[in-house]
Design a protein around this ligand. Structure first.
Ligand SMILES: Cc1cc2nc3c(=O)[nH]c(=O)nc-3n(C[C@H](O)[C@H](O)[C@H](O)COP(=O)(O)O)c2cc1C
Length: 356
């Protein structure tokens, strides 16, 4: 099956299969990306939580084992607007939880990683390393960054959760757009996490974008098998971007507790919460998401300041054998996740697409 958008994406990126293994910060790995790319798809690494040095090492690790094109993904969130009062109240709110694990919460919270919007070292590194594809989540980079990356011959992809965001990306010169539906695992890529969210599902959003933008649209959210990929292509998508489908792969960095949770009943009950990180993200139901249910949005510190506490609480809980505070992101298709090597999963997906 093929369509014009698919041909355009293949031409731009050099891939041969309409499958993008989604970038997943702390879950996708260099070996996962290499295996997905070697199979003909687009392997991705999520380096949004790394500095330029770490990201460069990840790029080099892929290049040591694969010669195929791959995608390096960054976060372009608005730098955190700090609110000391809200942050202190947040720490206080979770102090009892820390105490239950014989731990103390951090005295103050930090912005634990920098947005690409202000990270000149990251831009310089990318221009030097020239990965075939760079993708963005949470916003659009500056015109200068886009020009510098394009001048280096890099193809640019970015996430939209609405037509308005897609129009901004298209006008900025982004080469292909990920239509991220509400079903999707991980953080919603919405530019303004406090703005209106129409919560469009993958089918509606993909069709709205295919009909209204000229660049290739990549469907994402709840796509777990070849039948899902075929459906996305039939809707005019150039490819499917799949995250949750790869969490149980051999190359995934997900720990044993996360894998176990994904194989449990929690997979049938994914929840969007901002309590873990400060931005809305879809997670397996857990102790943390349950706590989040009674919390108002305005009580949560900015992203990724809230994540500083989330990560500290997870470390404290894990040290005592409690895995329910980890960032266990997963999409609504979670019960369909399969455990196998990435290369095998790519083969199975291809075969299922042909059958569909
Ligand atoms: C564990 C996990 C981590 C993710 N991390 C990122 C990320 O770092 N950057 C990004 O652009 N998208 C990230 N996403 C979202 C994916 O790009 C994609 O939108 C989503 O996985 C699609 O939905 P699915 O999980 O149902 O396949 C993540 C998703 C998951 C499941």
């Amino acid at each position: 099956m093929g369509n014009e958008a698919q041909s355009r994406l293949f031409e731009l990126t050099g891939i041969r299969l309409p499958i993008i293994q989604a970038p997943m910060a702390a879950v996708s790995s260099a070996s996962m990306a290499a295996a997905a790319s070697d199979a003909g798809g687009l392997g991705s690494v999520g380096v949004g939580a790394m500095n330029a040095k770490g990201a460069r090492e990840t790029i080099q690790a892929i290049r040591r084992v694969s010669e195929r094109p791959f995608n390096v993904n960054l976060f372009v969130h608005r730098p955190a607007i700090r609110d000391p009062g809200r942050e202190a109240a947040w720490v206080k709110r979770f102090t009892k939880e820390f105490e239950r694990f014989d731990a103390v919460p951090p005295a103050t919270l930090k912005e634990i990683y920098e947005s690409f919007a202000t990270d000149d070292d990251m831009l310089a590194m990318l221009v030097e390393e020239k990965p075939k594809v760079v993708s963005f989540h949470f916003g659009v980079p500056s015109a200068n960054s886009i020009r510098a990356l394009h001048d280096a011959g890099i193809v640019l992809i970015a996430t939209a959760t609405s037509l308005a965001e897609a129009k901004i990306l298209e006008a900025a010169g982004i080469d292909a757009i990920v239509a991220q539906g509400y079903e999707a695992g991980g953080h919603r890529g919405m530019f303004d996490e406090n703005g209106r969210d129409d919560r469009l599902g993958t089918i509606a959003l993909t069709r709205i974008l295919v009909r209204n933008v000229r660049v290739p649209v990549i469907a994402a959210g709840g796509i777990m098998d070849g039948a899902g990929i075929s459906a996305a292509l039939r809707m005019g998508a150039a490819a499917a971007q799949m995250g949750t489908a790869f969490i149980l792969s051999d190359e995934s960095l997900a720990d044993e507790a996360y894998r176990k949770a994904l194989r449990s009943d929690a997979a049938n009950h994914t929840v969007i919460t901002r309590a873990v990180s400060g931005r809305p993200a879809r997670s397996l139901s857990s102790r943390f998401t349950a706590a989040g249910e009674t919390i108002l949005d305005i009580e949560v510190p900015a992203y990724p300041v809230a994540y500083d506490l989330g990560k500290a609480l997870n470390a404290a809980a894990k040290a005592k054998g409690e895995a329910g505070f980890g960032a266990q992101w997963a999409g609504q298709g979670a019960p369909l996740a399969r455990a196998m090597p990435t290369s095998e999963l790519m083969k199975v997906l291809m075969q299922e697409m042909q059958e569909a």
